[in-house]
Structures are given as structure tokens and as C-alpha cells.
Design a protein around this ligand. Structure first.
Ligand SMILES: Cc1cc2nc3c(=O)[nH]c(=O)nc-3n(C[C@H](O)[C@H](O)[C@H](O)COP(=O)(O)OP(=O)(O)OC[C@H]3O[C@@H](n4cnc5c(N)ncnc54)[C@H](O)[C@@H]3O)c2cc1C
Length: 400
């Protein structure tokens, strides 16, 4: 199954590693520090400067394989680069590889009309703007997306949108210019044909970002996560993506690659956590010996290596399957990775926190924020239970 990376992918990986060393790790603290209130959601000059550097270095849109704006990598190849850039929570945006923009660019590339691509995909690929994806709603259990209540109703040459969304990542940012909104356009249609996705400019009258949400207290500014209201928001009919009633079809296509990218980033974080766990254990002395000489700590380190290897293998298999048989046929492998990796990465990072003592919980190390990230992904992109349920359905239907 596993093949050597192409020379092109190897070269990109080597240059990515060097860029991380030179520009990301030394600036990580500053990039992740919460900005002061008035500039909280404004673009940061340091991030913009690093984005420009990454772009000039050709380390830009690494995920994208729909045209010359990207690097033409397979899922299997990109996964291995994603592990490198995933080592820092500050890095994905610098390479224009951050969620949810990646997923939104994939949607526009696959389903957008030429006009939609020119208006939104081109500036997204250029890193000039950011976007958000608004599916989840506070009023209904959104892990079952058929519950979504926001309405997208045709009125002459327009659609009119009404509803409340939350957890729209990226929406608080001043650079966020467009939302992909999922809602119901055909309430009488079959269960999975009622939903549509539509492009809504963030400055459309009636669209209001009401508040930012935090994850364990982290606001993730300047991108953030928003609760937002759509009050009779009117957009041209040409903003509909793919066609009325085809929202589920788009959602299925969008989430496969995104899930794998999250997984590879978490493997990068877990690798880095294991590295600093070992460094700390070697250098810290308690009760007359270094932590690295203590059996309990050695067990944590050995088991962490086992956990990371398992996580990486299931993810690479899923990426490889996506290349070989397509996202749809690889959905079980994607689901396995989506369940296994955040849990294992979270366990490894938690062990690193323990070995660091109080320091591990502080802002002086990346561990606490990384742990919060892994915890979120056991819910984001669909809770683990929903993916296990889908796996169980597959298994049971195969065996009767
Ligand atoms: C940091 C963060 C970023 C996010 N970014 C976005 C974004 O950009 N855009 C967006 O639209 N959404 C986003 N989300 C929302 C996320 O996708 C939803 O929270 C998720 O899909 C779950 O929906 P819910 O919160 O309504 O949970 P619910 O649907 O209310 O589910 C609650 C719990 O019920 C249980 N459950 C559900 N179904 C089953 C089942 N079949 N079997 C057993 N138990 C079950 C699970 O334990 C689940 O966690 C984000 C969330 C977070 C935390």
C-alpha cells in the first residue's frame, strides 16, 4: 500500500520543515497570543507577512489539486505534508491550508460556477479573504444534519435566508467575506433532498455575527468561531451551489478530505508532544533520578509511540484509499481515522502535560491548547458516536 513520496512532494516536505524551523516555531507564541480587544478580529501583520513568505516560497495551497494554484499532490502525499504543518496550531493559515477555508475552496472548485469561482475561489486561493461554513444550529441536534431548520426560500430572482447558526469557524474575522450556508429549501422533498448550500456575503444586510464562542476558553482569534443570525438575508439566485436540494451531496464531498487533514495535523501535534515529553523527562530530576529513569514515565513514552504509529497508519490508509477508490468508497476508512486519531492524539498530549507538571497546563507550552483542539475534534465534523454508528451499519450490512 505505502509508496515513496514523489520527488516533488519530498522537495516540498523538506522545504516545509525548513520553513517551520525558520519562521513558524520562533514566532508561534506571538502568532497564538490572544490579541488585545480592539484588534482581536483584525488580521495580524506578522501572520500576513509570513503568508506572503510562504507564498513566495511556493509553500502555498499545498492541499489543492484542482489547478495550477495548488501543488498537484495526492491525498496520500498531502497528508504527509499536513503532518509537518500540523505540528504548530499557528501554521495552517500561514500556508493557506486552514479549516474551514480548505473545505470551502474544495466545494467551490468542485461545484462552483465560473462566476462563483471568480468571486470567491480566486481570492480565497490568493489568501486575500477568508470564509466560513455555517451548518450547525444551536436549536437542533446538528450531528443529524436533517434537523437543520434555517430556511433558504426562493423569492423571484433571489433566495431569502432566515435562521440562527453557531460554531461557524472563521466568521468573526474581519477578513471573512463569505459564508457557505446550509439550510432547507425544499421542506417537502425526501429527507436528504431538502437541504441546499448557498453563498452569502458576510456584509449582506440582515446577517449579523452576534458573538464569538470559545473552546475551553480559547477564542482562536483572529479567526474564531461565531454565533450568527440570518434575518431575511437576500442573495441572488445565482449564489445557490450546485442546485436546490443538493446540500447533502456537497456536504459528503466536503468532509472527507477535511477529516483526514485534521487527523494528520493531530499526528504532527502528537509527535511534537512526544518529543518534548522525552526532552522534559530527560532534564527534570525528582526524588533523586531523572523522570526519564522512572518506570511509570517510560511506560507513557513507549505507549505514546505505539499510539502515534497506529494513528498514522489508519490515516495514511484512508488517504491512500481516497486516491485509489474515491472519497465515497473510502468513507469507512475516513470514519475510522476520524474516530481513532483525535482520541489517541489527545491521550498522548495529555501524557505530555502530565510529565510537564504544572508547566504543561500553562501558556508557556503548546500542550494545553493542543489538548483542547483534540477534544474539539471528537465532536466537530460529526461526533464520534455518529461515525461509529455508520461503521456499525456497514459492518452489519456486509455480514448478513
Ligand atoms: C471548535 C468547533 C468548531 C466548529 N466549526 C464548525 C463550523 O465551522 N461550521 C459548522 O457548521 N459547525 C462547526 N462546528 C460544530 C460541530 O460540527 C457540531 O458541534 C457537531 O456536528 C455536533 O453537533 P451538535 O453540537 O449540535 O451536537 P448534537 O447533535 O446535539 O449531539 C450531542 C451529542 O449527542 C450524541 N449523539 C449524537 N448522535 C448520536 C448517535 N447516533 N449515537 C450516539 N450518540 C449520539 C453525541 O455524544 C454528541 O456529541 C464546530 C464545533 C466546534 C466545537
Amino acid at each position: 500500500m505505502f509508496t515513496e513520496l514523489s520527488a516533488h512532494a519530498r522537495d516540498l516536505r523538506d522545504r516545509l520543515v525548513a520553513f517551520m524551523d525558520e519562521h513558524i516555531y520562533p514566532n508561534e507564541r506571538e502568532l497564538l497570543a490572544p490579541p488585545p480587544e480592539p484588534e482581536k478580529w483584525a488580521p495580524r501583520p506578522l501572520a500576513l507577512a509570513l503568508m506572503e513568505k510562504a507564498r513566495s516560497a511556493g509553500l502555498w495551497n499545498l492541499f489543492y489539486n484542482h489547478g495550477p494554484e495548488g501543488q498537484g499532490l495526492s491525498n496520500y502525499e498531502y497528508s504527509q505534508l499536513c503532518e509537518v504543518l500540523g505540528r504548530s496550531l499557528a501554521a495552517p493559515e500561514i500556508f493557506n491550508c486552514n479549516a474551514p477555508d480548505v473545505g470551502n475552496m474544495e466545494i467551490l472548485a468542485a461545484y462552483g460556477t465560473p462566476e462563483q469561482k471568480e468571486a470567491w475561489l480566486r481570492p480565497l486561493l490568493a489568501g486575500e479573504i477568508r470564509s466560513c461554513f455555517a451548518m450547525t444550529e444551536p436549536r437542533v441536534a446538528s450531528s443529524d444534519a436533517t434537523n437543520i431548520e434555517t430556511s433558504i426560500l426562493r423569492d423571484g430572482d433571489d433566495y431569502v435566508i432566515n435562521g440562527r447558526k453557531w460554531w461557524a469557524t472563521g466568521a468573526p474575522s474581519q477578513r471573512c467575506k463569505v459564508a457557505i450556508v446550509m439550510g432547507k429549501s425544499e421542506p417537502e422533498a425526501a429527507k436528504h433532498k431538502q437541504q441546499s448550500m448557498i453563498l452569502v456575503p458576510m456584509d449582506a444586510p440582515g446577517l449579523k455575527v452576534e458573538r464569538a464562542l470559545s473552546v475551553y476558553g480559547y477564542e482562536h482569534a483572529p479567526l474564531g468561531h461565531a454565533e450568527m443570525v440570518f434575518d431575511n438575508v437576500r442573495v441572488p439566485a445565482a449564489n445557490m451551489l450546485l442546485g436546490e436540494g443538493r446540500g447533502f451531496e456537497i456536504a459528503q464531498g466536503r468532509l472527507g478530505p477535511g477529516r483526514i487533514h485534521h487527523c494528520m495535523r493531530f499526528i504532527g501535534l502528537a509527535e511534537r508532544a512526544l518529543e518534548i515529553m522525552c526532552a522534559r523527562a530527560r532534564n527534570r530530576v525528582a526524588f533523586g533520578s531523572s523522570l526519564a529513569e522512572m518506570g511509570g514515565v517510560r511506560q507513557l513514552i513507549g505507549q505514546s509511540r505505539c499510539d502515534i504509529e497506529q494513528a498514522r497508519l489508519v490515516t495514511l490508509k484512508a488517504a491512500w484509499m481516497m486516491d485509489k477508490v474515491g472519497n465515497k468508497a473510502a468513507r469507512s476508512e475516513i470514519a475510522v481515522a476520524k474516530i481513532v486519531v483525535p482520541t489517541l492524539a489527545g491521550i498522548v498530549i495529555d501524557r505530555a502535560i502530565q510529565v510537564h507538571g504544572g508547566a504543561g497546563l500553562s501558556q508557556d507550552f503548546f500542550l494545553a491548547e493542543a489538548f483542547a483542539e483534540t477534544r474539539f475534534l471528537r465532536i466537530g465534523d460529526g461526533p464520534d458516536e455518529v461515525h461509529r454508528e455508520a461503521l456499525a451499519r456497514n459492518e452489519l450490512s456486509r455480514q448478513h
